[in-house]
Design a protein around this ligand. Sequence first.
Ligand SMILES: Cc1cc2nc3c(=O)[nH]c(=O)nc-3n(C[C@H](O)[C@H](O)[C@H](O)COP(=O)(O)OP(=O)(O)OC[C@H]3O[C@@H](n4cnc5c(N)ncnc54)[C@H](O)[C@@H]3O)c2cc1C
Ligand code: FES
Length: 355
Amino acid sequence: MFNVTLKSSGRQFSVAAGETVLEAAQRAGVALPYSCRAGVCGSCKATLLQGHCEYPRNPPLALSASALAHHAVLLCQAVPTSDLLLEAREVTSVEDIARRQLGMVVTEKWQLASDVTGLRLLPSHGERRLNRLPGQYLDVLLEDGKRRPFSIANGPQADGMVELHVRHVAGGGFTSWVNDALKVGDHLRVEGPLGTFVPREDSERPMLFVAGGTGFAPVKAIVEHFIALGTRRPMQLYWGARVAADLYLRPLAERWAAELPNLQFHAVVSEPVHAEQATGLRTGLVHEAVLVDHPDLSGYDVYMGGPPAMIDAAHQRFLDAGLPEERLYYDSFEYAPDVLAQIIAGRAGFHDLHG
Ligand SMILES: Cc1cc2nc3c(=O)[nH]c(=O)nc-3n(C[C@H](O)[C@H](O)[C@H](O)COP(=O)(O)OP(=O)(O)OC[C@H]3O[C@@H](n4cnc5c(N)ncnc54)[C@H](O)[C@@H]3O)c2cc1C
Ligand code: FES
């Protein structure tokens, strides 16, 4: 058993044999940032000030050689081999929210785009609703013990309703089943809430929201939260997809921009078809559009959700544009930890995932 001390807050917790720092922190009620839980997204990056750890599960793929040389560690994979002193961000707003499992019933299923299904789920009879913050995700629990993570696209509701935007992954077991066979009235078992992609209200800075594809789901929940709060902070929302039809809730984002003087919306398509070029859409990659408009990001808070290739590309470019890393909040839509572990073990395909 080793002890971990967090330098900024002085908080301490113990780590059992074979446990990762993140697992031990969660057991102790200390909320450290994370997203993919597989060592590939980098959300859980921290700095090791004293001590040693090893990576018996997945290697720390999200860390560059330079990050490793500067004592960066990935909390979701790092298993201590001594007591540790860490410099890590804490996300205290999610700390008191207990994570649990519950049964939910599908009350609505509809087509958002050709490969995106909208789902609304309510707690099954007798179940209590999930206590959660906007932007968090849940795991759908499959019968074989595996899990599939999906962001919740709406904020907390009195009746416990959660909305999901599920992209059909070619060759993907669960999302193919959702697309082809799931029907209203079916029951799903879920666990949540998960993740630390949540609104940060201890700031007066302007906010940039950057979504790729179904990365709009958690971004929507967070933007709606700030709108409901009546924030006066400037909000710029960039939503990128291949073609306009994939911007499946564009009228909603356009309505926000029309109704709110402090919110601007930019729709960006990377593979425009001829007709779309005339509709005033921006073309190119969504993070490039952000950088054209905001070459200096030092004064912003940035919230970002989307596919790994987009997150990877934007991450370094945004830091190069002056954004402090601790003000970049993101969820990278990786595959589930069991699938990533298999892909990493075989290594084939991993770099395809990350562009
Ligand atoms: C925090 C978070 C939030 C997310 N939120 C959303 C969301 O709101 N909306 C959304 O659409 N997505 C979201 N995702 C992504 C989503 O979880 C995945 O797309 C989903 O898990 C895919 O499940 P599946 O069972 O359909 O595919 P899987 O069966 O997991 O397969 C995924 C892909 O990997 C391939 N594959 C499987 N096993 C192997 C193997 N051993 N070797 C090589 N290749 C393999 C499959 O052929 C397929 O192409 C999120 C991910 C994370 C981490
Ligand atoms: S790398 Fe640890 S949560 Fe993604």
